[in-house]
Ligand binder design. Structure first.
Ligand code: M6R
Length: 608
């Protein structure tokens, strides 16, 4: 949600800033802007729309070796050039880019206006340059620190000053920032993805820290003035990589097709086929600690919540440990009870989702035990949890999460195996489960080579006024995930229901020709699912069934049959979700949607 890039060094800053913005554009893409230091002034340019629009407006940009840039996802104020970042003080002697929300902006703005300040935008951010200017007497760090003392809310900011041309001041509270150390040059970003091409030696800022960034590196202090050593981390993980389409028309399709490999990477070195067990060292828990866990609560948002639901079902079914999933922001604000014997799992692709981060902070304040199930190495949630499992999916660029979902489910199933073996899962059953998990990548690949009539189904739902997704057991979170994908990418009205609940209301929505997409693998729920299929068909629904290959009864019953390879019940979501991902993709393409950057969305949601 919004992206920040900064550069100080010997080379022209502009090309590096624009390249960094392009790598961050998936985080927010309403508008973009840049500030460059030019002599004793700050030069800015902003444009509504994508980074390309900004790039085309930079013909007269000055040669500069220091600058900051921003790509915006609007919160306060519409999508206009005035509201785009950077924002300057009245004399354009300094410029600020900001991620987060200044919650007391009204009070600060009124105060500043009463002192004669004229605002140019509707944003919360604009109070920052005016406040910093108010406190500025030649010391940039002191001015930023004084201004931030008055601010309530969240921020990751970068500030440049006209009379300090080789300096960027950055500060963080709740919105991530990372400093990259190069050879005689230093870069800043809200996400390592923006800077890994320049350097992999980074310093992560923590909350309430301020960084002074120059060509020589970075000095980090606490906002209260205490010093801290800037520990350098070397990013050597494949979670950041070249964001390259590799011949695919969209990142979403590329990432769907990466799933055999991303699931394999998630399993690699973790399954112990002979012992019928799994080893997830990152949890830092031996069997004696695992056996003391009396319940599991998965926290997440969107797709990650659906993966958490799937994992919780597996944990209950196979490890016989009570487990549930919760929407992170609902959980956070209801003064939740944190049982001492519970393990909380923070499920997140980006590791930066504010709602999930806030939930685990609440758990930790109350003394709870948290582990992360996270893709992005070094992300705030991963560092806050301090233990857990990395997904190793590689970078997920498309806003719609696909390969992260299957990796999250895989990681949670692997954890389930490890937990179950400390309970009542026998050696033989553990060996069977490990073998079944290890077979999944090949089955995913098999399906993706022969996906069935997805494009024909996409044609039939393009004009639908309503699409209903149904599933039972493990297939209910899959139905939810399918509906989320279709909304996000194709903007087609739809919802998902547990199939057994359908007759308690949603069945009223079904009329002649209503598409009903039923996720019905050959598991314990199959026969009841068939009854539900007949119920919707009797009311005129067009039945699209996703079922296990070889289930001729469902294939014959459905108007459209989409078979997936047979796997163990608990692993079925890793197969049945694939046609739903492809369906949303093809419907979106046919409707001319912006597949990788759908309207109103951003890849990681770092505001509340
Ligand atoms: O990075 P996270 O996994 O924490 O993100 C959570 C949700 O914002 C995310 O899954 C969102 O729902 C996706 N756009 C779904 O495709």
């Amino acid at each position: 949600m919004c992206g920040i890039v900064g550069y100080v060094g010997p080379e022209p800053a502009l090309s590096r800033l624009i390249e960094g913005l392009r790598r961050l554009e998936y985080r927010g893409y309403d508008s973009a802007g840049v500030a460059l230091l030019e002599g004793k002034t700050v030069w800015t340019r902003k444009r509504v729309g994508r980074v390309d629009a900004l790039d085309q407006a930079l013909g007269d940009a000055p040669e500069s070796t220091t600058g900051i840039a921003h790509t915006r996802w609007a919160t306060h104020g519409g999508i206009t050039e005035e509201n785009a970042h950077p924002h300057c003080d009245g004399s354009t002697g300094l410029a600020v880019v900001h991620n987060g929300i200044i919650e007391n902006m009204n009070a600060l703005r009124e105060q500043l206006e009463s002192e004669g300040v004229v605002f140019r935008s509707e944003t919360d951010t604009e109070v920052l340059p005016h406040l910093i200017r108010k406190f500025y007497t030649g010391d940039p760090v002191a001015a930023v620190r004084s201004a931030l003392r008055l601010v309530n809310g969240t921020y990751g900011i970068a500030v440049v000053f006209a009379d300090h041309p080789d300096l960027i001041v950055a500060a963080r509270l709740g919105s991530p920032l990372v400093v990259g150390l190069g050879d005689g040059e230093t870069v800043l970003a809200s996400d390592p993805q923006a800077i890994v091409e320049l350097t992999r030696r980074v310093v992560y800022l923590d909350d309430r820290e301020i960084a002074v960034i120059s060509r020589d590196g970075v000095k980090v202090e606490r906002l209260d003035g205490r010093k801290r050593t800037a520990d350098v981390t070397v990013i050597d993980d494949d979670a950041y990589g070249v964001a390259d389409l590799q011949g695919f028309p969209h990142f979403m399709l590329k990432e769907i097709h990466e799933q055999p490999e991303s699931i394999q990477r998630c399993l690699r070195g973790r399954l112990q086929l002979d012992e019928g067990n799994a080893k997830l060292g990152g949890f830092q828990m031996d069997p004696r600690e695992l056996v003391r866990i009396e319940r599991i609560i998965a926290l997440g948002c969107g797709t990650s919540y659906h993966a958490g639901m799937t994992g919780a079902m597996a944990i209950e079914a196979l490890a016989r440990v009570p487990a549930r999933a919760e929407v992170a922001n609902e959980f956070r604000y209801r003064n939740p009870i944190i049982p001492r014997d519970a393990l909380f799992l923070a499920v997140s692709q980006s590791g930066e989702t504010m709602d999930t981060l806030g939930a685990i902070q609440e758990v930790r304040i109350k003394g709870g035990n948290v582990a992360g199930v996270v893709n992005v190495v070094g992300s705030t949630i991963a560092r806050t949890a301090g233990k857990g499992v990395y997904l190793h999916s590689g970078p997920e660029i498309a806003v719609a999460s696909t390969k992260a979902f299957t990796s999250q489910v895989t990681a949670l199933m692997t954890f389930t195996l490890m937990l179950a073996r400390t309970r009542n899962l026998s050696l033989e059953a553990g060996q069977r489960m490990a073998r079944e998990l290890s077979a999944v990548p090949a089955k995913v690949s098999e399906y993706l080579h022969n996906p069935g009539p997805i494009e024909a189904v996409a044609d039939t739902i393009l004009d639908a006024r309503y699409v209903l997704f149904l599933g039972r057991g493990f297939s209910f979170p899959v139905a939810l995930e399918g509906a989320l994908k279709l909304k996000e990418i194709a903007y087609i009205p739809c919802e998902a229901y547990p199939a057994g609940e359908m007759k308690h209301g949603p069945i009223a929505m079904i009329e002649e020709g209503t598409p009903v997409i039923f996720v019905a693998p050959s598991d314990v729920h199959r026969d009841k699912a068939i009854s539900n299929m007949k119920e919707v068909q009797a009311r005129g629904a067009k039945l699209i069934a996703i079922h296990t290959a070889g289930d001729h009864e469902i294939a014959a019953l459905a108007d459209v049959s989409i078979p997936v390879p047979e796997v163990a019940d608990f692993a079925s979501p890793l197969l049945t979700v694939l046609p739903l991902q492809l369906l949303a993709y093809h419907a979106g393409v046919k409707l001319g949607r912006d597949i990788d950057k759908p309207r109103n969305l951003a890849k990681s949601v770092t505001v509340e």
